[in-house]
Design a protein around this ligand. Structure first.
Ligand code: ATP
Length: 492
């Protein structure tokens, strides 16, 4: 019977087996930053690759992009992040803990987290907030909070070495804006036609007020984002299309159906420019109410491209302000905005429009955590506990392990040959140390789907034992057939 994973079990397995470590651990650790160890790096790379395969490789209408993390500051002025990307925070008067207002629980209703988009710094801080019934998550005191204040989420850095010509830049808080900034480049350098998408995977940075639950919410994380450009009027269809595509992606990679759901945003939680937004939620074994966002899918309308057209019009003011974003405001949109640089001309229909955008935005680390939690299992086998990760083959960090039963009778040589052959195709591991049962258990815990053992019979009939992780069933396979057998079983 499968056991529900606890976060502590996952954290300890991740550390013990080299999936994930605390960053800078030798110096006491850096809070909320994590490093992926040998197995974790493979797992995360497989998550990225599975996303890329599904969103880019398998489609005729999506192309990839890989932008720099540092971008021109006007990108963030135009996108709204420079003025609005903040969380509303309050401090508990009893214990001094700072918390996001939208993460406070209400003692009266016992409600779970509210969900809000990031706030407009000025208007939100001025708006009255009723915190009388809210509970401090650190000390449990009710209603003892300071007036909410805005807390900016973008990390700042300086570019250039000289005082006179240094410029304040931001580490990107999302990868999406790099896609909008390259929309015209992609149109002009490829043959794409609307409807089409541009996809990107990369690091993002947010100085989150509070971080939580291992790699669930960190200050440096990786996003996988698609901006899908379509003709206004077709956006609702594309929204439904991507909702389904993304939901199925998680299911096809082994997430249990009962642990996955959609949560539509209420109209009052929607960002002002968004026409619709839904979260794909996973039932994580922590937090209030368990269900937490894995991915957001939004209909962003034509907002971003039109904002960047305003940004381009504002560039003269930017030069005059000597790079001080606080001294400029975005120029109004041109009446001729349909002829602007980021508008689209549909040659067949002889029509101009600014495309609408459907954005599925996933977290690579957050989905890696979901895949780990969902795959984790403990069971009793012959009176002993067996821990295993039931990863889908596409995600398993190691696809096959090869063992000689004992270190004699020429078995290591045969096993080494098989290993050398398989590693050209799959991530393969060779192990000849200790009892074979323990070697199986180590691979179960790493999530390796197949183990191949060279034993006494191998020399007689050229077969090996192939053991399957989940069922522990064993089959004899001819050495010449091992590669084909694995390729079929792993579907790789
Ligand atoms: P939240 O409200 O939880 O702060 P958000 O709604 O602002 O998140 P988005 O901007 O929609 O998040 O980001 C898209 C995806 O990126 C999220 O669904 C999540 O998977 C991932 N993500 C966002 N912030 C973080 C973070 N701090 N750590 C890890 N992953 C993150």
């Amino acid at each position: 019977m499968a056991k529900l994973a606890k976060l502590d079990d996952i954290v300890s397995l991740c550390r013990r087996r080299g999936f994930i470590f605390q960053s800078s651990e030798i110096y006491g650790g850096l809070a909320s930053c994590y490093d992926y160890g040998p197995l974790g790096a493979e797992l995360k790379r497989n998550v990225r690759n599975a996303w890329w395969k599904h969103v880019v490789q398998m489609r005729d209408d999506v192309v990839g992009l890989d932008c720099s993390i540092l971008m021109h500051p006007m990108v963030w002025k135009a996108s709204g992040h420079a003025d609005k990307f903040a969380d509303l925070v309050t401090v508990c008067k009893k214990c001094n803990t700072r918390t996001r207002v939208d993460h406070l629980q209400d003692s009266r209703e016992g409600t779970a987290e509210e969900h809000t988009e990031h706030v407009d710094i000025e208007t939100e801080a001025a708006r009255p907030h009723d915190l009388a019934g809210k509970v401090c998550p650190a000390c449990g005191t009710v209603g003892q909070f300071t007036p909410p204040m805005a807390f900016k989420l973008m990390f700042e850095t300086q570019m250039g070495a000289n005082v006179d010509d240094t410029m304040t830049l931001y580490l990107r808080p999302e990868t999406a804006q790099g896609i909008f900034a390259n929309f015209r480049n992609v149109l002009d350098s490829t043959r794409v036609k609307v409807p089409f998408g541009i996809a990107q995977i990369g690091k993002s940075f947010r100085n989150e007020v509070t971080t939580k639950a291992f790699i669930f919410r960190t200050r440096e994380f990786e996003q996988a984002e698609l901006e899908f450009f379509c003709k206004p009027g077709t956006d609702e269809q594309w929204y439904e299309h991507w909702k389904q595509q993304r939901f199925d992606w998680y299911l096809n990679l082994g997430i249990k159906k009962e642990n996955l759901r959609f949560r539509d945003h209420d109209p009052d939680e929607l960002a002002h420019y968004a026409k619709a937004c839904v979260d794909v939620e996973y039932k994580f074994p922590f937090g209030s109410g368990d269900w937490q966002e894995l991915e957001g899918i939004a209909n962003r309308t034509d907002y971003d491209l039109r904002q960047h057209q305003r940004g381009i019009r504002t560039m003269n003011d930017w030069y005059e302000s000597k790079g001080d974003l606080t001294k400029i405001s975005l120029k109004a949109e041109s009446e001729d905005y349909l002829k602007g640089p980021l508008a689209y001309f549909d040659e067949e229909a002889r029509e101009r429009y600014v495309p609408y955008v459907i954005e599925p935005s996933a977290g690579v680390d957050r989905s890696t955590l979901a895949f780990l939690v969902d795959a984790y299992d403990e069971e009793e086998v012959k009176g002993e506990q067996r821990n295993l990760l039931r990863f889908s083959p596409a995600l398993a960090p190691v696809k096959a392990a090869v063992f000689p039963l004992v270190k004699k009778d020429g078995m290591p040589d045969i096993a080494m040959n098989i290993y050398n052959d398989l590693k050209k195709q799959f991530t393969t591991f060779y192990d000849e140390k200790g009892a074979v049962g323990r070697r199986y258990r180590r691979q179960d815990e790493a999530g390796t789907p197949y183990c191949i053992t060279v034993d006494g019979q191998t020399k007689k009939d050229n077969t090996v034992t192939v053991r399957e992780r989940d069922s522990m069933e064993q089959a004899r396979v001819n050495i010449d057939q091992v590669k084909t057998f694995l390729r079929e079983k792993l579907d790789l």
